[in-house]
Design a protein around this ligand. Sequence first.
Ligand SMILES: [Zn+2]
Length: 262
Amino acid sequence: MLGTGSALVTRCFNTCFVLNAGEGDFLVDAGGGNGILAQFEKAGIDFHTLHHAFLTHGHTDHILGMIWVVRRIAQMVYADDYSGTFTVYGHDEAIEMLDAFCRMVIPSRFYRYIGERLIFRTVADGEEWDAVGCHFTAFDIHSDKTKQYGFNAILPDGRKLVCLGDEPYNPVTERYVKHCDWLMSEAFCLYADRDVFKPYEKFHSTALDAGRDASKLDVKNLLLYHTEDRTLATRAATYSAEAKTHFTGRVVVPDDLEVVIL
Ligand SMILES: [Zn+2]
């Protein structure tokens, strides 16, 4: 987990992570800026071996770091220090935004590799593809805020991991989520702290809600992220305990830079 926080955090990084099933790294979102480079360095992940990324939506805390990743890799291509291609998958609006931002802020000597060595690939609702030894399916989470896609990944051993982006589970996506082995779900705060952090007015939910959904969906393991950052010292214990009031499976609430063994 490169970051585990929600948009306005200052004590941890925005939610983004790398999935590795033994055949390379797959980056999911990139946080809100240049801090993504530091998170890669601290995690010991090398951009030379990063060839795939997924962008859930175009909000600041997810897309701006991707511009830095694109710039970093384009610079390596320019220096003849990167082999192969780097592909960013996302829905049409997110990909359009990423391309527009990159065109405006990345020097043209680097931007010219986009479409050639750096591929921005638009995926449709329900579209499937293979990468890093996994089989991915992207799906529209039908957000009311801004267009957002999650995905599920069938791992090489057949288990299924689902990422819901940064919004609560939406029942219209049930067929993509049900019976999964790992559900990665946002939990903005504890239900007990709802009056402090006001998750519902931000279209977010709580550890309690995520646990209830995970239970209904017959999920085996629940990972909570995209949280507030005022309770980091106690977050793993308190969020897990609250999610477990409804959910009997395993709950993981990782810290930034924590490696979660699936
Ligand atoms: Zn977010």
